[in-house]
Design a protein around this ligand. Structure first.
Ligand SMILES: Nc1ncnc2c1ncn2[C@@H]1O[C@H](COP(=O)(O)OP(=O)(O)O)[C@@H](O)[C@H]1O
Ligand SMILES: [Mg+2]
Length: 454
């Protein structure tokens, strides 16, 4: 396409004001329909609607037999569009059909040398096929206040389109390395997996298969350096085989990369065997070779960016800080926990306000009075405001997403009492107030525990 063609296309898009809307169609495990048949049905179904809410899970398609027999879920994804919904004229629709793989890991690289007395045979790397059922819903469960999921996805997607278009590498360089760093428990590893799953879905028309290879740097660069050398060799022989299949997309996740570079630094300072330096350098050289490949993306995570040497940071095109959640982010995480246990009948049913609603309640018409004498709407407001208060306490304590997601279990085990909950029967769950009491106590207890550590 010439430069003028591109301009012409751009102008028409601006005039038409069309937003790209991504619709993901997840198929049932036993679905046998052709993907393009399903895509056409979904396309027509969506076009028959008046408006589309962004983001949303679609329903109504169950009445179409071809979709009902094969489709599990149709999701309208988040979009750059600022308005909460769009008409069909305002959007350009992209439909992706995929069937997640059920199997877990299909190949493992272990540190074990086969010696029976070996006590350290943790897995150093593993490969899994994408899209994978284990990662379904992971993307949506991760909550960040500053839109970092969309930013990362769009950026990576854009660069992949660039390299697909065979843009001259001497003019525009792109190393295909993304580095996420920040405090532990902020969802970095999960975000890399969720991004991989998204990319596998979004790139499915270009790549027949996608795989995620996770390197656990910590076990790869453990004390067994002499073994690591062979392992890295074996690993990269396999990676090379994987990337040679040009219709396959390979994402390499190097988790906790600081242990890799700490090994390098230690070796240089003479405190670690020089073997380590050789192995780390070999790994960096191998990574450099991979950047010539269009079908590879390297993602790395780190809890301590200061511990990573510049040799690695320099290779990253995107360096993204992943922060502890804000009060609003925490509200949404706690809300998703509460909604889940309400849906499973552990807590009895109540409407938990969305973040937007509770922010309005915070500004105006705070209800007063005790919750038992109130109507359902007032009760819901009180629940929302208490949850927001709890979110503020959690934020003050600097709690991570990981710490937040385990609070409901602590609250149930210690304060609500497992005997008081017999889920499964409607109306048999604990009251939401009891749950909130339990959560508040659990947060206070965590604060005390942390004080003891300091
Ligand atoms: N921002 C977040 N939103 C929702 N859940 C989160 C978030 N951050 C962490 N979590 C939860 O904590 C768990 C552990 O996160 P993980 O990806 O291992 O963090 P990290 O790699 O940064 O240490 C995740 O599975 C997720 O359930
Ligand atoms: Mg991690």
């Amino acid at each position: 396409m010439s430069c003028t063609d591109v301009n012409a296309q751009d102008t028409s898009e601006i005039v038409a004001q069309r937003w790209t809307v991504h619709v993901e169609v997840c198929l049932k495990p036993r679905a046998s329909a052709r993907f393009d048949t399903i895509r056409n049905y979904v396309h027509s179904f969506v076009m028959s609607l008046e408006r589309l809410a962004l983001p949303s899970v679609l329903d109504g398609w169950e009445d179409i037999p071809e979709l009902a027999s094969s489709v599990e879920k149709i999701t309208v994804c988040e979009s750059q569009c600022p308005s909460p919904s769009l008409t069909m004229e305002e959007m350009s629709l992209q439909v992706y059909v995929y069937k997640p793989v059920d199997s877990d890991v299909y190949e493992e690289f272990s540190n074990s040398s086969g010696n029976r007395n070996e006590d350290d045979n943790t897995t150093a790397a593993s490969v899994c096929e994408l899209p994978n059922r284990n990662y379904e819903g992971l993307w949506d469960s991760l909550i960040y206040s500053d839109d970092i999921k969309m930013k990362l996805l769009d950026y990576i997607h854009a660069t992949l389109v660039f390299s697909d278009a065979n843009v001259d590498f001497n003019l525009i360089t792109w190393n295909r390395v993304v580095l996420l760093h920040g405090p532990p428990g902020t969802g970095k590893t999960s975000l890399c997996r969720a991004l991989s799953q998204k990319l596998a879905i979004r790139l499915s028309h270009r790549y027949a298969q996608a795989r995620l290879l996770e390197i656990n740097s910590h076990s790869l660069f453990s004390k067994w350096f002499s073994e690591s050398g062979k392992l890295v060799q074996r690993l990269f022989t396999s990676i090379t085989e994987l990337v040679e299949e040009e219709d396959g997309f390979v994402i390499i996740l190097i988790d906790e990369v600081e242990s890799l570079t700490a090994a390098r630094a230690g070796a240089m300072a003479g405190t670690e065997p020089s073997d380590g330096l050789r192995v780390v350098n070999a790994l960096l050289t191998q990574l450099d070779k991979l950047k010539q490949r269009k079908n590879v993306l390297i993602m790395a995570t780190s809890n301590l960016i200061k511990a990573i040497d510049t040799a690695f940071v320099d290779r990253a095109d995107i360096v993204q800080y992943v922060d502890l959640p804000s009060r609003e982010g925490i509200y949404e995480i706690l809300r998703s926990c509460l909604c889940e246990i309400i849906s499973k009948g552990i807590v009895s049913s109540v409407v938990v306000p969305t973040l937007k609603q509770v922010q309005i309640y915070e500004l105006v018409n705070k209800p007063n009075g005790k919750s038992d004498s109130l109507d359902a709407q007032d009760r819901s407001k009180i629940v929302g405001l208490r949850l927001l208060g709890l979110a503020a306490q959690c934020q003050a304590q600097g709690m991570s997403g990981r710490a937040l997601r385990r609070l409901p279990v602590l609250a149930l085990a210690r304060y609500i009492g497992i005997g008081n909950v017999s889920f499964g029967r409607p109306g048999s769950g604990a009251t939401v107030e009891a749950w909130l009491d339990g959560m508040e106590k659990a947060v206070k207890e965590q604060a005390k525990e942390i004080e003891k550590l300091i």
